[in-house]
Every structure is written in structure tokens, then in C-alpha cells.
Design a protein around this ligand. Structure first.
Ligand code: DAH
Length: 340
């Protein structure tokens, strides 16, 4: 039997096949159920116990050799055959597959959207190329209102009315003009400002706007929703504080700080020793804004808030330079493969 194995070893090592059919015929001859090697396996039963180990090992070697050899013959027969179709799988994915990762801004946006979805907010979108009415006038910015200077606007082809939106608050107006309350929306999107690009400022960035209009909506509702949001996003220990502020479209207006995500409020370099980090603007929708957008302010009230996604991403991941977000450096993006 050992001789027979040795002989088959030699025979198989020397096999040749001109095409795929020949290679298949060899597979049948040696490796099929009734092939030479199966035959050897059957005969193995009658091998005396003291030789079983040696013979068994040899049969296994033979089988590996045959598999390897015949597969190699099949491969090369396939490659050299005229068309190759049928033997090469052209649809097979090339390996290794390098998986991409989500952009950090998308990760954080999804997280924020997820939190507000659980509170009943639905998504709304509006155009990035907007008109003055939706970005400013409908939101109570008077023509000569100094607040327009708060946001350095890009104009499209020197047209005084067509601009790149400088905040996602424009979507508030887009939705209100078409929908009667109850309105509960979240509007993520890109915004543009005429700023010199640096580590701390960019000419485009991303915001998320929230708007809730219904009967009896109060500042208390706003505060409670924002507290819940902050604790979901930064952890249950997070505290918030609201500081009075000014926006043309809300009255009263506030800016919200969260307790520092690094030191927890003790004071560190991140919060410049104050223990607090500013994350968003908010307030009660000014009745003039409701009216300008076709909503009866004697029946309805509302709150609104707006935040920068880059800002929040920086707080979560300590990205030091805003430009990293739009450079598409794979080494930077790869840092986020394990994030959600
Ligand atoms: N639109 C403001 C900005 O870009 C952010 C903002 C503040 C949005 C207060 C609001 C709000 O909805 O109520 O700076």
C-alpha cells in the first residue's frame, strides 16, 4: 500500500491538463467518490494497526497534494483558455476589502438626530442656495438691522436676493409657510459664511436647527428638552445653564452652556477655567416670525434652537483644526472607524 501511495504521489505531481475539461477529468479520476484516493481510503481498513499511523499520514499528504495540484491545473487551464469566462469569476470582490468609515460630522449628526427623533422631532430640509426672505426677512431681520452683520453672507453672482444660507434657521420659515402647527422639526444641513479659513473658522460648516410650534409651548418645555438632549449626548452628569442673549427671531433668546465635557465643571484648558462650554442658541419664536410665516401668534407659541455640528464634534472628539473636517485625509477619517 505504501508503494501504491508513493507511485500515486509521483503520478499526481507530474499531471498536466490542456484545458478545464481535462483538469476536471483528473479530479474525477483521483478525487471523486470512486476515485483512486477514495479507493485507498477503503483499503485503509485492512492495514495492520501498527502501520495505520504511517499509512494514514501518507494518504493525507497524497490527498492534499492531489487537491493542490488539480486546483492549480484548473486555475491555469482557466486563465489560458480562450475566453476565460466560466472559470474566472469576474464578479468576485477583490481582496482585501478596505471598509470606509463614517465622517465624524455624520456620526455626531446622526447621534443628535437620533436623540430628537425619540422626542418626536421629524427631519426637514431646505435649499442651500436661498433667498433673502427665508434666511433673513421672514426671521425678523429688518433690512438695515445690524444683526445681518452677525453673519457675513455670500451672494450668488452679485444678485442682492440670492444667497448661500448662513444658518439653517431658514428651514424654519420654509416649513412654517407650508405647514400649520403642531410643527416639530429638526433641520440638519450645511451653511456658508464669508470667513477667512483658519483652524477656528471656515467658510462652510454644518448646523442643526430645531423648531417646535404648538399651543401652550413654553420656555420650560425648551429648557427640559435641552437638558435631556445634553445629558443624552454628553452623559447623565451633564448640567446646563442658559444665559440671556439676542437673536432677531427669538424673544426671549438664550445661549446654552453645558458643564465642561473634559473637567466636568472644575475648570480646565478646554473650558478656559470657567467649567462651562457654549453649545447652542435658542429661545421662544418671536410672534412677529410666526405671523410673517402665516401662523396665528394669538393661538400658537413655539421654541427654536440652533447648534453647530463641528462645535459639538470638537467637544466630543477634540478635533483641534476645523479644516480637518473637509480635507478628506484618510488618516484622519480612519480615526473614526470604531465610532458609531
Ligand atoms: N441661527 C443661529 C446662528 O446661526 C443659531 C440659532 C440661535 C438658531 C437661536 C435658533 C435659535 O433657532 O433660536 O447663529
Amino acid at each position: 500500500m505504501i508503494e501504491r501511495i508513493a507511485q500515486l504521489m509521483q503520478e499526481i505531481s507530474a499531471l498536466q491538463a490542456k484545458n478545464a475539461q481535462e483538469a476536471e477529468a483528473l479530479r474525477i479520476k483521483y478525487l471523486s467518490k470512486k476515485g483512486e484516493i477514495s479507493q485507498l481510503m477503503n483499503d485503509f481498513r485492512s492495514v495492520p494497526p501498527e502501520l495505520k499511523k504511517e499509512v494514514g499520514m501518507k494518504i493525507n499528504q497524497l490527498k492534499s497534494l492531489a487537491l493542490e495540484k488539480i486546483n492549480a491545473l484548473k486555475d491555469s487551464a482557466g486563465e489560458s483558455s480562450a475566453s476565460g469566462i466560466g472559470t474566472i469569476d469576474l464578479t468576485r470582490t477583490p481582496y482585501p476589502i478596505t471598509l470606509g468609515s463614517r465622517h465624524p460630522l455624520t456620526i455626531v449628526k446622526n447621534e443628535i438626530v437620533d436623540i430628537f427623533s425619540r422626542l418626536g422631532f421629524t427631519l426637514a430640509e431646505g435649499p442651500e442656495v436661498e433667498d433673502d426672505w427665508h434666511v433673513y426677512s421672514s426671521l425678523n431681520f429688518a433690512d438695515d438691522h445690524p444683526a445681518r452683520d452677525m453673519q457675513d453672507t455670500f451672494f450668488v453672482e452679485s444678485h442682492p436676493d440670492i444667497i448661500l444660507r448662513s444658518h439653517t434657521s431658514s428651514v424654519q420659515s420654509r416649513v412654517m409657510e407650508k405647514t400649520q402647527p403642531p410643527i416639530r422639526i429638526l433641520c440638519p444641513g450645511r451653511v456658508y459664511r464669508n470667513e477667512a479659513v483658519s483652524a477656528r473658522a471656515h467658510c462652510f460648516f454644518h448646523q442643526i436647527e430645531g423648531l417646535y410650534v404648538d399651543k401652550n409651548v413654553s420656555f420650560t418645555d425648551l429648557k427640559q428638552v435641552l437638558l435631556l438632549f445634553a445629558q443624552e449626548l454628553f452623559g447623565p452628569e451633564t448640567k446646563i445653564r442658559l444665559r440671556p442673549s439676542y437673536f432677531p427671531f427669538t424673544e426671549p433668546s438664550a445661549e446654552m452652556d453645558v458643564s465642561c465635557t473634559i473637567c466636568g465643571g472644575k475648570g480646565c484648558s478646554m473650558c478656559k477655567g470657567s467649567g462651562w462650554l457654549e453649545i447652542l442658541g435658542c429661545g421662544m419664536v418671536d410672534p412677529a416670525v410666526l405671523e410673517a410665516n402665516g401662523i396665528d401668534s394669538s393661538i400658537y407659541t413655539g421654541y427654536a434652537f440652533g447648534m453647530g455640528i463641528e462645535r459639538i464634534t470638537n467637544l466630543k472628539y477634540q478635533v483641534k483644526d476645523l479644516r480637518m473636517f473637509s480635507e478628506n485625509d484618510v488618516r484622519f477619517l480612519d480615526e473614526f472607524t470604531s465610532a458609531r
